[in-house]
Design a binder for this molecule. Sequence first.
Ligand SMILES: Nc1nc2c(ncn2[C@@H]2O[C@H](COP(=O)(O)OP(=O)(O)OP(=O)(O)O)[C@@H](O)[C@H]2O)c(=O)[nH]1
Ligand SMILES: [Mg+2]
Length: 253
Amino acid sequence: MPAMIVVVMGPAGSGKTTLTASLGKWIEENQGYSVGYINLDPGAETLPYKPDFDVRDWFTVEDIMVKEGLGPNGAMIRASELLAERRSELRRIVRNIRKEVVIVDTPGQSEIFIFRPAGPAITSTLRWIAPTIGVYLVDPTITPIISEATTSLLMGLIIQLRLDIPVVPAVTKADIVRVEFGETLAIGLEKVRDLALKELGGALKEIIPRLIDLMIEYLPSVRLVTISAKTGEGLEELYQLIYETYCSCGDLT
Ligand SMILES: Nc1nc2c(ncn2[C@@H]2O[C@H](COP(=O)(O)OP(=O)(O)OP(=O)(O)O)[C@@H](O)[C@H]2O)c(=O)[nH]1
Ligand SMILES: [Mg+2]
């Protein structure tokens, strides 16, 4: 039975699948823990890791589209319902994975997973098995300005409330995007607040710093890591954050 479960979330194309593989490999090689993988994306094509459980063994988005005459979004929604319905079965499967850490790759359309019943149903199921920590990827290629970066980070907080698990945000794709906010975020949320006060105007100048204060108060860490799932940069720091968050709820030894 796993001792820790890490759920990787983030917008479509933010790098969830790539990070699932590279973080798992990093943990195995550098921490010496055995790592299991779960794919919960029924729309995935190929996976860069070998899953211990693959939801595509139950259903795929394509099958559902054909069988139920739905379009891709309707099929994703249906898939999330089917996943929620089978959560007891999933619980048995995950309990039987003989790995110390299990990393869960989630569907591309994060909003369908998080804001429909499947997300909370799955995280509450996983929490029964082991302390479960979310990683929320902020993709700097789609959030290049400070106000958008703040709203992306706020999503991490909203997901934490919605899924009732601690969520660690991480700014990804550091190897290709070196936008200023990426570096600022790496320094810390307080710095982002200062920058927001200096650079923003109007309502944003009022709202954004207050939102950042909320995040500082309620996210598990005010440190923000900048990572690359491609080069491995920042994975050690991300693992440290996950581990510190874990330590407040369990013991991996
Ligand atoms: N340069 C760079 N590219 C990355 C990184 N992480 C992911 N990518 C690329 O981003 C694209 C999407 O990566 P995925 O890992 O499939 O992202 P995802 O969030 O699982 O995507 P969906 O499940 O389809 O939503 C791919 O082309 C990856 O090679 C990274 O750290 N650096
Ligand atoms: Mg994916």
